[in-house]
Design a protein. Structure first.
Length: 737
């Protein structure tokens, strides 16, 4: 009996142990708490989020959800899409933030016609004119370059419209500018959602998503703790920034008051959310000191400070790593390069302008059947934007019914395609010679689908004139265009003898012209043309002219233009050249038959903050002689500095120059401008007979100058000196190169 009882006990014990093991295997593991990462807005301060994420990655802290506002939405969205903290840091450090917040396309991407628009002394900014009134843009920055950067970095999100399908579920927070409501973006285009969340009012225009105009989410919910909790977070890790409010004595301008008001509003909704933190939540506040929301140049410093702040919470963060519980959810770091190659199945143009779709599509080099090349696509987008018709040109890579396509969206300028530009030119040698001119230009673009345009311009001052110009592209690629013009100009021509001014002639000319041009990419053009008109001379002082007061004009010309300068005022790279042959003919209405050939060039080379320009100009008159109005002139700043303006004139001329300048104050923002200190060395002369042209006759001159690149154009204060004891002090406002 005892043996039976013992055996039964053993069997029962074995069965109990086995069943216990089975039940233990079937019992679900203890579910770990879900963790949400909350990244607040703060402009450049948001770079510190990357440092915090780096520490979380190192520790293996599981992140189940991410909610972000403004810069927090950008960092959070890119991390959720699959970029690692290292890749985020590399991207933020490599971005040229000064350039990304400047919507003006690089000159190398601008259509060559737009480059020609900038010549003269017009200021660089256009004032939009629409429906009979002036219009200002809805933001200082359209965000064109920021859009492209966000798209390139978020390539991992291609085909993922539901943000829950990203590597980590994600939400971006924006605000409806019409209602003030908080808008939680949980689906759609990731790059567009991030861009909307960072649309700082006044700085960026609102973003239209599903019929709502969205702006920076910081106005409604800058620390979206509530959003992360609604996603399912049991514990939140929050990265936030204190409001650095200015004292009374620091509020010195209207902008200071505006920015302080925004900080107060953002701080108020931030405090409401921070009060909801629980004892098991983690709040990290990087000590950024004097790094402000606009200090993007200090983004690397902010990343390091964010890392340091996270490490100060090391013990708490390590407590969130619980390997005995269910497997952690750690994001898979798939980089853009690890994505499969996408074959383009279709290209769709969403053209929100009056211009032809062909004008856009002809500039896209990639075609259906090609492998998607983001770099090529972005270069093409930059070329289209450089036409200057559109407020933004963006692309989206979409997956529709298992087909991968590119959708290019071009949106016409909200300020309209009509614009005004104003100009100011001032020159004085502080010795009685001065020249002052103002100008206004009205430009009506997009007259038809190919981009025909009308230009009206007037100038008043020492010169008096008006221009009517009609330009019509002949193909969607604007390779060929025809240009008709009517010009009227009055100007003074001074007569010198032995370096002394002995007379002054007022010349008035009216001309009609027509030319046909072939544009050579964005770098140049060749053209042929005819012009015909008449002129007259009056207000003669101190001398008489060797011809009748009235005269006819008429010529045939061919011209070559080349321009790759990065900017016209204080260029740093590139070159600019022009060559022209002009035949003045009695057959076309001129007074005599003769020819003129001219050529000019300048090239810029920069290292560190130093730039050297090497340039030259030359002109010859052949097969006859020109009259007073046809003579070449030298003298003045950078034109044999030290001599009186246009104090040398002749049938032929040559000039060579070397200009050096150093950037001594690196300008940034809307108020500070680059300041340059430089000097020039010049050599040249004029001759009436080509046979007399000789290096022995060159006049040597030079200058020292202080230059400032202002919104009105380059401004110079200079001292010039030429051989023979000639010297002058100049103030000059306007283009010189």
């Amino acid at each position: 009996m005892k043996s039976l009882i013992a055996g039964a006990a053993i069997i029962i014990a074995l069965l109990t142990a086995g069943l216990t093991e089975v039940f233990a295997q079937q019992r679900p593991a203890v579910e770990r708490p879900k963790i949400g990462l909350v990244l607040s807005g703060g402009g450049a301060k948001g770079a510190s989020h990357v440092g915090v994420i780096k520490v979380l990655e190192e520790l293996g802290v599981p992140i189940d959800y991410i909610a972000g506002t403004s810069m927090g939405a950008i960092v959070g969205g890119l991390y959720a899409s699959g970029l690692s903290s290292e890749e985020l840091a590399t991207a933020i450090k490599s971005i040229d933030w000064e350039d990304i917040f400047d919507d003006k396309p690089p000159r190398e991407n601008r259509d060559f016609r737009r480059k020609l628009d900038d010549e003269g002394f017009l200021v660089r900014y256009k004032l939009g004119f629409k429906d009979g009134s002036f219009h200002l843009p809805r933001g200082v920055i359209n965000g064109q370059k920021l859009n492209l950067v966000l798209r390139e970095l978020s390539i991992n999100a291609i085909g993922k419209k539901d943000f829950d399908k990203l590597k980590i579920p994600f939400r971006a927070v924006a605000a409806d500018i019409e209602t003030g409501e908080t808008v939680i973006l949980a689906s759609g285009d990731l790059a567009r959602a991030m861009r909307a969340s960072m649309a700082v009012p006044g700085a960026f225009p609102p973003v239209d998503i599903d019929g709502r105009l969205l702006v920076d989410g910081g106005l409604a919910d800058n620390v979206p703790i509530n959003v992360a909790r609604k996603m399912g977070a049991d514990i939140v890790i929050v990265v936030g920034f204190p409001a650095n409010l200015k004292k009374r004595g620091e509020l010195k301008s209207a902008l200071d008051i505006v920015f302080q008001s925004l900080d107060l509003l953002i701080g108020q909704n931030s405090r409401i959310q921070l009060k909801t933190l629980k004892s098991h939540d983690v709040y990290i506040e990087p000590a950024l000191g004097d790094i402000s929301a606009s200090s993007f140049d200090r983004a690397p410093d902010a990343i390091a400070i964010g890392e340091q702040a996270a490490r100060s919470h090391l013990k708490v963060l390590q407590g969130l790593v619980q390997p005995q519980m269910a497997p952690r959810l750690v994001v898979s770091q798939a980089t853009a390069s690890e994505n499969e190659a996408f074959i383009i199945d279709f290209i769709r143009i969403e053209n929100r302008s009056r211009l032809s779709d062909d004008l856009i599509s002809v500039r896209l080099r990639q075609k259906p059947g090609d492998t998607l090349d983001i770099d090529t696509l972005e270069q093409d987008i930059a070329q289209i934007y450089g036409l200057d018709y559109f407020e933004t040109v963006t692309y989206t890579v979409v997956v529709e019914k298992d087909k991968t396509g590119i959708v290019v969206t071009a949106t016409e300028k909200s300020t309209g395609l009509d614009s005004f530009r104003f100009g100011l030119n001032l020159e004085s040698d502080f010795d009685g010679d001065s020249d002052f001119n103002v100008s206004v230009r009205y430009q009506k673009e997009g007259l038809n689908e190919l981009g025909g345009e009308l230009l009206l311009q007037a100038i008043a001052g020492e010169k008096l004139g008006a221009t009517v110009n009609f330009l019509q592209p002949l193909d969607p690629g604007t390779r060929y265009f025809i240009n008709g013009s009517l010009d009227y100009l009055e100007r003074d021509v001074f007569v010198f003898q032995n370096g002394r001014r002995i007379g002054e002639v007022r010349i008035s000319e009216f001309e009609a012209g027509l030319n046909l041009a072939r544009q050579l990419g964005n770098w140049g053009a060749v053209s042929i043309g005819l012009d015909h008109g008449y002129g007259w001379q009056d207000d003669v002082v101190g001398t008489t002219t060797p011809q009748d007061d009235d005269y006819g004009t008429g010529s045939f010309y061919t011209r070559f233009n080349y321009d790759t300068l990065d900017q016209l005022g204080f260029p740093k790279t590139g070159a600019k050249a022009k060559a022209e042959f002009r035949r003045l003919s009695e057959t076309l209405g001129g007074e005599e038959d003769f020819s003129k050939s001219t050529a000019s060039f300048v090239t810029a080379h920069t290292w560190d903050r130093n730039t050297i320009l090497l340039g030259g100009d030359a002109g010859i008159t052949h097969d006859g002689e020109g009259f007073v109005q046809d003579l070449f002139e030298l003298g003045g700043f950078f034109n044999l500095s030290g001599l009186l303006t246009d104090s040398l004139s002749g049938q032929n001329f040559a000039l060579g120059e070397m200009i050096y300048y150093r950037n001594i104050v690196k300008g940034s923002g809307l108020i500070k401008f680059p300041v340059y200190l430089g000097a020039s060395l010049e050599a040249g002369n004029v001759w009436d007979d080509r046979s007399d042209m000789s290096l022995d006759d060159l006049v040597i001159a030079g200058s020292g100058f202080l230059g400032v690149d202002t919104p009105l154009g380059p401004a110079y204060l200079a001292y010039g000196r030429a051989e023979g004891g000639n010297s002058a002090v100049y103030f000059f406002l306007g283009q010189t190169f």
